[in-house]
Design a protein around this ligand. Sequence first.
Ligand SMILES: C[S@@+](CC[C@H](N)C(=O)[O-])C[C@H]1O[C@@H](n2cnc3c(N)ncnc32)[C@H](O)[C@@H]1O
Length: 295
Amino acid sequence: MPLGVVDFVDSTTLDDFARWQHDIYDEEPETKDVPRYGGPEEARRQADQCLDIAREHGLITPSWLGVRCREVTDMLAPLPGESVLDVGCSVGMVLNSMNAIYGTSGVGIDFSRAAVGAASAYNPCGNDYYVADALKLPIKDAAFDIVVSYGVIEHVSDPVRMVQEIARVLKPGGRVLIYTPCRNDTWSWHWWQRVTSGERYDLGVEKLWGHDRERFLSPPQLASYLEGAGLTRVDTIVVHTLYTLMFDEMLPGAVFLLLRRPRVFRAVRRMLDLADALPNDRGYGNEFLAVGWKL
Ligand SMILES: C[S@@+](CC[C@H](N)C(=O)[O-])C[C@H]1O[C@@H](n2cnc3c(N)ncnc32)[C@H](O)[C@@H]1O
């Protein structure tokens, strides 16, 4: 970890579940093959790729999913100069994309020292990164305009507490976006893969990367946590059902080619959206995004 990275986590106080997560995400890239960011060079490559795509196409993440994430983030109407906290930021890709698209300023926290070290070592947008626990944010009340958290709430031992912490650090008028796997993924591409392989093929979701399907939330469940923490205008948007997830996994990068041909992109988009509309309306999907506002 580079000098200057501030670490607020006392790893001796983590419970068993948090320790399991911590061990997965805090592996040293040089010694283990586990972290997604795969070491400083890979982290730099991914950060640059993400930034290029955010600048050229306005996507939050470099995939078809990124199109939906952009639309949902637009619902929060981020303004230039507003402060964004990314809870479980890993190497800061979402913060960088938001910097590029909206001109926001970013702070990222993650309890993986390896991730925060990599984010700090290559920090093209000048964000601030800290090692911290999502359940105990070392942040004063009402500090941020926007809080985002992608793929983290399913990794924490107490999701209600995490939502309360997020609500606490939001300013009045602040907005939150949480992205997480959907508990009911019936009809999704991953569901079909599991069913047709007799549950053996789970795309590594089970256990790998600290995923435990039993802990996945449903959209109404997360909505109730957000409302319980005092947030209003709560909404959930199911994404990545059958076709878009298939598209992202079987033709990665094809979305960028399509985006260069807006009319073709709009036609393909209409087809995929139509095909996924019924399961999504019923709350079935591989993942969902939840948004809310603090009064
Ligand atoms: C699946 S990764 C997602 C990373 C990033 N948000 C993204 O979308 O690429 C989950 C991240 O959550 C972090 N994490 C898990 N539990 C955490 C906790 N209690 N506090 C802070 N970060 C946590 C992990 O270290 C890891 O970087």
